[in-house]
Design a protein around this ligand. Structure first.
Ligand code: BGC
Length: 322
C-alpha cells in the first residue's frame, strides 16, 4: 500500500472539513471553514483549493500526491462531476474534480459521494474496522448511505449505489426535493424529524413545542427528542416513527447486501444508543426476515465528523499504483 500522506476534504452545506491522513487512516492535521455556499460554486471551490494548499504546507515537505473529496450526490466519480447538491442549490453539473485539479497542479483529485466516503472511513478506521461487509446511514440534513461488500466500496455502474436516503419507503409519501415521493430522507433525517413535528403542530396536533413553532421558531431534532423524553406524545410518535423507518431501511439493506454490520452516523446519533439504536433494534426485531437465522449488528459510528475526511483520503490513496 502506498505510504504517502493523502488529503481528504468533506464538502458539506455548512462547513468544509479537511485533513491530512496517513496510510492507517490517522489524521495528522485538520482544518474546517464555513462553506459560504451562498456565494456560489466558484467561491466554494476557491476555499477548498486554499484548504488543500494549507494542508500541503502542513505536510512539511512529505510527499502528498492525492486529494479525495466527498460531496453530496448524485455525482459521477468516473467523470468527477457533481450533478446536484441538495444543500448547495447552485451546484448543478459542476466539474469539481477538474476545477480542483486545475487549481492544484501535481495533485490527483478523486471525487466521491460524501456518505460513501464516510462509510469507507468507518470501514478502514472506525466502527467497521473488524468486518468485511457493512452498510452505513448518515443521518443529518439529509440521509446518505454507503455500502462495503467484501472489503470494497460499492459504487455501482453509474457511481450512485448506496443512495439509501432516496430509497422509497412510502409510495405517494412526502415530496422530496430530489423529485421523488416518500424517500427515507423525508422521514428519518434530522431535518425531517423537526419538519414532521412542526407540520403536525401546524395541522392542530397538541405538543409542548407548539408555542415555539407558532412563534416562528425553527425547532430541531434535538428539541423533538428532548420533548419526547419529557413525555410529549407527538414528539415521541415522530421520533419513534423515524426509528421505525430506519429499521425498515435496515431490513431492505439486509436483503440487498446481507452485511455483518449496519452503522449509523451523522448529527442524529448525538441522541445516543439508548434513544436511537435501541428503538431501531426493537423495530428491526419485529420487522425483519426471521426465516433466516442471521441478522446484522447495529452500531453507532465512532469517528464522529471525521469519517468523511478519512474515507475520502483513503479512497483517493487507493487510486495510486501500489
Ligand atoms: C444525497 C446524498 C448525500 C446525503 C447526505 C442526500 O440527499 O442525495 O448523496 O450523501 O444527502 O449529504
Amino acid at each position: 500500500m502506498p505510504s504517502a500522506l493523502a488529503i481528504g476534504i468533506d464538502l458539506g452545506g455548512t462547513n468544509i472539513k479537511g485533513g491530512l491522513c496517513d496510510a492507517a487512516g490517522r489524521l495528522v492535521a485538520q482544518r474546517a471553514v464555513p462553506t459560504e455556499g451562498e456565494h456560489g460554486p466558484d467561491h466554494v471551490i476557491g476555499r477548498m483549493a486554499s484548504m488543500a494548499r494549507d494542508l500541503l504546507a502542513a505536510a512539511g515537505g512529505q510527499s502528498v500526491r492525492v486529494l479525495g473529496v466527498g460531496a453530496p450526490g448524485p455525482i459521477s466519480h468516473a467523470r468527477g462531476v457533481i450533478f446536484r447538491a441538495p444543500n448547495l442549490p447552485q451546484w448543478i453539473n459542476i466539474p469539481l474534480r477538474d476545477r480542483l485539479s486545475d487549481a492544484l497542479p501535481g495533485l490527483v483529485v478523486v471525487l466521491e459521494n460524501d456518505a460513501n466516503a464516510a462509510a469507507y472511513g468507518e470501514f478502514v478506521a472506525g466502527a467497521g474496522a473488524d468486518v468485511e461487509d457493512m452498510a452505513m446511514l448518515t443521518l443529518g440534513t439529509g440521509v446518505g448511505g454507503g455500502v462495503v461488500v467484501a472489503g470494497r466500496l460499492v459504487r455501482g455502474a453509474f457511481d450512485n449505489a448506496g443512495e439509501i436516503g432516496h430509497m422509497i419507503i412510502e409510495p405517494a409519501g412526502r415530496p422530496c426535493p430530489c423529485g421523488q415521493r416518500g424517500c427515507l430522507e423525508r422521514y428519518a433525517s434530522a431535518n425531517a424529524i423537526a419538519e414532521r413535528t412542526a407540520e403536525a403542530i401546524a395541522g392542530g396536533a397538541r405538543s409542548t413545542l407548539a408555542a415555539r413553532v407558532s412563534s416562528g421558531e425553527r425547532i430541531t431534532s434535538a428539541d423533538v427528542l428532548a420533548a419526547a423524553r419529557a413525555g410529549d406524545t407527538l414528539a415521541a410518535q415522530v421520533w419513534d416513527s423515524a426509528c421505525r423507518y430506519l429499521a425498515l431501511a435496515v431490513v431492505n439493506i439486509q436483503h440487498l447486501y446481507n452485511p455483518q454490520l449496519v452503522v449509523f452516523s451523522g448529527g442524529l446519533i448525538q441522541a445516543g444508543a439508548e434513544h436511537l439504536l435501541v428503538p431501531i433494534q426493537r423495530h428491526f426485531d419485529l420487522l425483519r426476515w426471521k426465516i433466516a437465522p442471521d441478522a446484522p449488528r447495529l452500531a453507532l459510528a465512532t469517528l464522529g465528523t471525521d469519517a468523511g475526511v478519512i474515507g475520502a483520503a483513503a479512497l483517493a490513496r487507493e487510486t495510486l499504483p501500489g
